[in-house]
Design a protein around this ligand. Sequence first.
Ligand code: NAP
Ligand code: 3JN
Length: 345
Amino acid sequence: MSTVNIAIVGATGAVGTTILEKLLERDFPSSSIKLLASARSAGNVIEVDGKQFTVEETVPESFEDVDIAFFSAGGAISKMFAEEAVKRGAVVIDNTSAFRMTETIPLVVPEVNADALNEHNGIIANPNCSTIQMVTALEPIRDSFGLGRIIVSTYQAVSGAGAEAIDELETQSNQFLNRHEIEAKLLPTGAGEKFYPISFNAIPQIDAFDSSGYTLEELKMINETKKIFNMNDLHVSATCVRIPVVSGHSESVYFEVDKEGVTVDEIRSSLVNAPGIVVQDDTNKQEYPMPLFSEGKDDVFVGRLRKDPDHPKGFHMWVVTDNLIKGAALNSVQIAEALLATEKK
Ligand code: NAP
Ligand code: 3JN
């Protein structure tokens, strides 16, 4: 596979369009790129960098001669078509939660566990966006000092909930500023019974609630982190909150290291040259990461590093990335790049 035939399922969506942009921007060695979506968008033309692509309806035959298929059209579509694609010889990189916790399916963030790609059965899972940025930032720390506990609170942008949620924030912001009644139609979750305004608000619910009191988004962060780090005993808890930001998820991460006597400077040094990370941490200059300035960027930004006042092994940090880029599309494309590199060896 030196150059490959690619399909993107969900190509008209917030994640799918970003996958296409990243493939083109990174000069991914493709012979063809097929854009797939629902019958509703079949025939639509998408233009990126002066190149035009016509969208096709997703059917099992779409995957004939496809080498790598990126899926980002929701778990139900992945369950319906991923096996079909694999049967026809494709490797599937799945952006949904459909297969993430299946034991035999690798769940990969290349900076953390690229070696998990050595054993796959045709499907590779891309983690949830909030998990990706947290494990990318924690990996260099884990590698140098070990990890015992993580407590994370997220501040998640509306683009994580899809293209329609971006429209909803814009519409509601106009309604609020023009003193019109605010119409809430989508958030916190399309499957719920109640909807709340996201403009000028913060909603402490992302996805449905489980009987434990956690939301599914929080459980994804907890379970996926343990799987990626291959640490079943790691203590992880999460609170996920939607805020009125278009793109860029932010996280306040409390973590405890294993090693005694670790300093903030040592933690910072472990992060400075780590792949995919940019440290922005100078309180004297008011330098710290913010979602507005992460938009459109590939990196995971880390700042506000400090020691917990009471716990001898506890630290806090603030982690920000563009959720559609490293949180979804870029990580998927990096998985594909790592796969090609593995095959060349
Ligand atoms: P979105 O903007 O709402 O886009 C949904 C996409 O799915 C559209 O391209 C849509 O095509 C397509 N689709 C819907 N029904 C389909 C069908 N029956 N057959 C084929 N395609 C169909 O959503 P998004 O934000 O891009 O997210 C899409 C999925 O990606 C999510 O459901 C989630 O599973 C995953 N995701 C993952 C992360 C992550 O954390 N890694 C983040 C966000 C999303 P039409 O235009 O034809 O309707
Ligand atoms: O809300 C966010 O910020 C991230 C959303 C991710 C998402 C949205 C709908 C369905 C997912 C995901 O990737 O976990 C899924 C899903 O596939 O379950």
